[in-house]
Design a protein around this ligand. Structure first.
Ligand SMILES: NC(=O)c1ccc[n+]([C@@H]2O[C@H](COP(=O)([O-])OP(=O)(O)OC[C@H]3O[C@@H](n4cnc5c(N)ncnc54)[C@H](OP(=O)(O)O)[C@@H]3O)[C@@H](O)[C@H]2O)c1
Length: 301
């Protein structure tokens, strides 16, 4: 494993980014946060994906990049304006960053660029490996463009990893915090018939896998960042009920979610079934701190 020196991180203020920066520093890396406001210290440099500006000089000396930035997919309804922001923040931001890396006289060795399991689209109980084709829907199309936007870096000889991240379970926020509320109120239940799969990963493991992708010089291309045990909604519901010690008797009809969140967002995020296998990480001997659901939930909740 090579030591990579100075790592630039985008989206450093987010759920994953905050933890990642702390872990990188603990491992002895120097971290440069790319921020969208005026830099407040020497370890920050400015970029603005919506204006297409980036501090090239600030990036000099960077040996690796972990790119997480993008407008939050799960906050607010998917209006046309929101969907444009979800897409543009990722595609334009990634093009801007990859183009800048390609221009540096001393280029970083690696760019680990976030993507999502949304790449596969809703797929029932089909097992989805990194080699599986992309699916249908808005998120799948965003993920394809987002991954394609790293092209300039690849062409410049940078090793690029597309980290297809699953649903991140964390104490600090994200999907589990939202799912927990109805359970705490005693009205948690499976959604529809509960047969749809969710491919999850804990925050500890997603950050460890990002660092693994940074350090393992043989990794390139798509890598599924999920736990090795995706679960059905019925299994998740039972485990959540046990861990939170709450009843789970009331099933939630799919139409209620479609009404509450909007049909497209519900169909692609809340009701979608995506059963993703972390084939590449398994093949490289990656160690999951939380490989199975119930101990993971106990640790996170
Ligand atoms: N959490 C999950 O369950 C999950 C699942 C699959 C994929 N992912 C992907 O993994 C990445 C990190 O996830 P996360 O949960 O840490 O996300 P997050 O908490 O929403 O943070 C994303 C960060 O991106 C930056 N950002 C926000 N709006 C932006 C915009 N319009 N343009 C450019 N940058 C913007 C912000 O950082 P600054 O203010 O510091 O710039 C923000 O803190 C995201 O790209 C996300 O889509 C996450």
């Amino acid at each position: 494993m090579a030591q990579l020196g100075k790592i630039a991180v985008t989206g450093a203020s987010g759920l994953v980014g905050r933890r990642l920066v702390a872990v990188l520093r603990d491992r002895g890396y120097q971290v440069l946060r790319l921020v969208r406001r005026a830099p407040a210290s020497d370890d920050e440099a400015r970029w603005n994906p919506s204006e297409g500006t980036i501090d090239l000089e600030g990036l000099s000396g960077v040996t690796g990049v972990i790119h997480l930035a993008g407008d939050n997919v799960a906050s607010g309804r998917w209006t046309e304006a929101k969907k444009a922001k979800i897409r543009d923040s990722r595609v334009h931001g990634t093009e801007l960053l990859a183009g800048a890396l390609a221009k540096l006289s001393s280029k970083p060795k690696v760019m680990v660029s976030a993507s999502a399991i949304g790449y596969y689209g809703p797929r029932g109980d089909e097992e989805l490996l990194e080699t599986s084709p992309s699916g249908t829907g808005f998120l799948a199309s965003v993920c394809r463009e987002w991954e394609g936007a790293t092209r300039a870096a690849e062409d410049a000889g940078v090793r690029v990893v597309h980290a297809r991240i699953g649903v991140v379970f964390a104490k600090e926020g994200g999907a589990l915090a939202k799912m927990k509320t109805p359970f705490m109120l005693g009205v948690g239940g499976r959604v529809g018939d509960g047969s749809q799969y969710m491919s999850w990963i804990t925050l500890d493991d997603v950050v460890a896998a990002l660092v693994f992708a940074l350090e393992d010089e043989t990794l390139e291309g798509p890598v599924n960042l999920v736990a090795p045990t995706p679960v059905t909604n019925a299994e998740l519901t039972k485990s959540l009920g046990r861990v939170l010690k709450r009843p789970t008797v009331l099933p939630v009809p799919k139409f209620a979610l479609r009404l509450g969140a909007g049909a497209q967002m519900a169909d692609e995020m809340l009701i979608a079934s995506t059963r993703v296998v972390p084939a590449v990480l398994k093949g490289r001997g990656f160690h999951w701190e939380h490989p199975t659901l119930e101990p993971a939930l106990r640790s996170v909740l």
